[in-house]
Design a protein around this ligand. Structure first.
Ligand code: KIV
Length: 281
């Protein structure tokens, strides 16, 4: 299978196979995506939430996105890594959007860029970037970077008019050259209609089982953080509670002096120390 995202997704779409994708932000999450042979990974600006602990995606910067994307590109095929353009790096005008995307693409070494919305300048930037050879993944529906002005996280495309507007935006991004469209929290009927009308794949999150593929935030399916994950994110593991119990046990065993066990220390100097034991070449 191709290690370039556009060719791989085109093939999957042509063959009618579901496209699978997750977010990744670091060595651990990239390794999970790589071992499970995801079609692509997104270094999402959701890292503001799940890695940095902010309440919205607004604070994460372009420099921080590039830093994390470089890490992911070392552990997952770089041609299938997508960098999410953070708040403020797109939309003001097409020229600055193109400049920011080219910088992100070139410095991180990833295979595509993604940005939220289909404003006139985003459509124009998509046209220019596609001509330059920078693949663009569109993102429509719920746009988390607009949460402060839109007043919350709500399902999109509920009325006929809203669904038709989403289709108009998706078509405009497709005509400009976007190779696929992420649909976030679009009601299933509208997501299905858009998927049927487009000639490029739709990748859904919170849209039901009607799109050409699915993407999900890694931390949500692994239960890596305390508190509730979004209702559409099935939790396949409860890593936070497992890790908490382990760290609690370590703490208790240090308190009771039962760790380290007497006589457990090695005299070999060849043993790798600490976390370097887990590094693969
Ligand atoms: O930042 C992100 O994780 C995303 C996905 C939810 C699509 O944009």
């Amino acid at each position: 299978m191709s290690d370039f995202i556009v060719a791989r997704l085109r093939r999957r779409y042509r063959d009618g196979e579901p496209i699978h994708s997750v977010t990744a932000y670091d060595y651990f999450t990239a390794l999970l995506a790589s071992e499970t042979q995801m079609d692509f990974v997104l270094v999402g600006d959701s890292l503001a939430n799940v890695v940095q602990g902010h309440s919205t995606t607004v604070p994460v910067t372009l420099d921080e996105m590039i830093y994390h994307t470089k890490i992911v590109c070392r552990h997952f095929p770089a041609g299938r890594v997508v960098i999410d353009m953070p708040f403020g790096s797109c939309k003001a005008d097409a020229a600055s959007t193109v400049q920011n995307c080219v910088r992100a693409f070139q410095e991180s070494g990833c295979g595509a860029v993604k940005f939220e919305g289909a404003t006139d300048s985003n459509i124009e930037a998509t046209r220019i970037l596609t001509e330059m050879g920078v693949p663009v993944l569109a993102h429509l529906g719920l746009l988390p970077q607009r949460v402060n002005s839109d007043g919350g996280y709500r399902m999109q495309g509920k009325t006929d008019k809203a669904a038709r507007e989403l289709l108009r935006q998706a078509r405009a991004m497709q005509e400009a050259g976007a190779f696929a469209v992420i649909l976030e929290c679009v009601v299933p009927a509208a997501a299905e209609m858009i998927t049927r009308e487009l000639k490029i794949p739709t990748i859904g999150i919170g849209c039901g089982n009607v799109t050409s593929g699915q993407i999900i935030v890694m931390h949500d399916i692994l239960g890596m953080l305390p508190g509730k994950a979004p209702s559409f994110a099935k939790q396949y593991a409860q890593l936070f509670s497992t890790a908490l119990a382990a760290v609690q046990q370590y703490r208790d065993e240090v308190s009771s002096r039962s760790f380290p066990e007497v006589g457990s220390e090695s005299d070999s100097t060849e043993q790798p120390a600490g976390s370097t034991a887990y590094l693969r070449s």
